[in-house]
Design a protein around this ligand. Structure first.
Ligand code: 6LW
Length: 513
């Protein structure tokens, strides 16, 4: 692909922030942050920088990723992915314990090593392998301390994780808030330190400094930022937190995060799909500074207009007949083995609702996948015969434990089965509609457009009945806060006590328009 060819951005739609990328031969690998979700840090593969397939996760074991009690939007923050002499390294912070660590693997699809813990504060750790064999660790100031905000660096022994030199401030950025997300590169004999500033919201930007030595002093680019959509009416906002990759042809490309807000006229802008991964070419100024080329002229070439209508289309039907869960499913925090099974009823996903509900900072019986398209329809077939008070199973659109909507089956006071549509928005929650049913096998679905979710159900092969709707904006980051995006999830819960019966899901379908 050259800069003249068209491609669709975002290259990885849906909640996929803080991308970090590396190339090995003609293969590209990319990782993103995952916060309270498990497994952690998906690893994507591409041959052309545009089409990406997930090939695994870096953090698949509790020994690598302890999310016990993890608050939403804590857990795994911005990772960095690098390859050196036959090994992939992924370094990140687990904000649940506020500790930095790396894992390594010879195979990007995993399994990855146990964590090598670092005596290193701050967030957004990154590593750089220099040509002379030295390895540099960089990251932010220690949050909540008196350290001067900026990028700190030290040499590290990559075999042990021990620091070899004293941690020192190398660049404070251009003076905007939250200098973070550093990555160091050596390009034609110069060291370039790429960082994010301004915070990950609408003021986000990418800035750069350079030095003849990895230890500095660093000279700030007089034309910083090299990417920002702050104060613009660009359809893609909050662009920042970039990483560079060089193609085999020598051209430089950047991956970075951005958001696609939906405007509600005279009310505000809301994004509910989370921060997504974008791609743009990098050009060089005559003074040898890189510029991320995401201007209006290249906008057309990249079909960014189209991406606002939709991302790359997708139809996925999971019949739950494989031995392992498909890679796109995530749990909330560390799942309990007894809560879910693909074997109990072969060809079905079985969830054993526990006392933990979708309202808890815990691990309910839940599997979810990202909403990646504004316009899409998800549906599932559930077989469930709730027997006790509070037992419930269904389909949720989930931002976090305080912001979620669900269509579900439960019992009414007379122990009759009923379908409910519940919406929880912060401290407010309400069952908006309920309908008594006399069957126990039911299709639940959600139709999404950029502004609304419409909830429907049907008896298998029966007519579709709409139960109501809810605004997407109420599940957006602007309302719900945090760093994640919306998931569609299958779940079961006993709402305070364990369910006496399992919930069986025969299939799950995700169709973008
Ligand atoms: C991440 C920081 C950021 O650690 O948001 O956009 C934080 N940048 O670099 C969480 O994703």
């Amino acid at each position: 692909m050259s800069t003249n060819e068209r491609y669709i951005n975002p290259i990885i739609p849906g909640f996929n922030p803080d991308p970090s990328i590396c190339r090995v031969g003609s293969d590209y690998y990319l990782v993103t942050s995952t916060f309270q979700y498990f497994p952690g840090v998906p690893i994507y593969h591409s041959r052309d920088l545009v089409h990406w397939d997930q090939i695994g996760y870096c953090l698949t074991r509790e020994s690598q990723l302890d999310l016990e009690g993890c608050k939403s939007s804590m857990g795994i923050y911005a990772p960095t992915l690098r390859y050196h002499e036959g090994r992939f390294y992924m370094i990140t912070t687990n904000m649940n314990s506020y500790r930095n660590f790396f894992v390594w693997s010879e195979k990007p699809e995993g399994p990855w090593s146990d964590p090598i813990w670092l005596d290193w504060p701050g967030i957004d750790p990154s590593i750089f392998f220099d040509e002379d064999g030295r390895v540099y660790l960089s990251g932010t100031n220690e949050l909540g301390s008196n350290e001067i905000p900026g990028i700190y660096q030290a040499e590290i022994d990559i075999a042990t994780g021990n620091l070899l030199t004293k941690r020192q401030l190398v660049w404070g950025g251009t003076g905007a808030q939250a200098p973070e997300g550093p990555h160091l590169y050596r390009i034609e004999g110069m060291y370039y330190l790429l960082i994010a500033e301004g915070g990950t919201e609408y003021g986000h930007m990418v800035t750069i400094a350079r030095s003849k030595s990895p230890n500095g002093p660093y000279e700030s680019n007089p034309n910083n930022p090299i990417l920002s959509h702050r104060s613009s009416n660009h359809a893609i906002q909050a662009t920042g937190h970039a990483d560079f990759v060089q193609k085999e042809d020598g051209s430089l490309w950047a991956v970075f995060l951005g958001i696609r807000p939906v405007s509600v006229p005279f009310v505000g802008r809301y994004h509910h799909l989370g921060r997504e991964t974008f791609l743009a070419p990098v050009s060089w100024s005559i003074e040898n500074w890189p510029v991320i080329d995401f201007r209006k002229e290249t906008f057309e070439k990249m079909q960014l207009v189209q991406c606002l209508v939709e991302s790359q289309q997708k139809t996925e039907i999971d019949e739950f007949d494989a031995k392992l869960l498909q890679l796109n499913w995530n749990f909330l925090r560390n799942p309990k083995a007894e809560d879910w099974s693909l074997e109990e009823r072969p060809g079905w996903l079985t969830l054993h609702g526990s006392e933990t509900s979708l309202n808890d900072i815990g691990s309910p019986a839940f599997i979810g996948r990202r909403q990646q398209h504004f316009r899409c329809v998800v549906s599932t077939l559930l077989n469930f015969q709730p027997a006790g008070e509070g037992e419930e199973a269904g389909l949720t659109v989930f931002m976090n434990e305080r912001f979620h909507y669900e269509i579900a089956m439960t019992l009414d006071l007379y122990k009759r089965r009923k379908v409910i549509l519940r919406r929880r928005i912060g401290s407010l929650w309400k069952i908006e509609h309920e309908v008594v049913i006399d069957y126990s096998t039911i299709v639940f679905g959600i139709e999404a457009d950029p502004s609304n979710y419409r909830f429907f159900y049907s008896e298998p092969k029966g007519p579709t009945k709409y139960l109501g709707s809810g605004e997407c904006s109420m599940l957006s980051t602007e309302v719900a806060g945090g760093f994640t995006g919306v998931y569609f999830g299958l779940y079961a819960t006993g709402n305070g006590r364990a369910c006496t019966v399992p919930a069986h899901f025969d299939w799950f379908s995700y169709k973008s328009e």
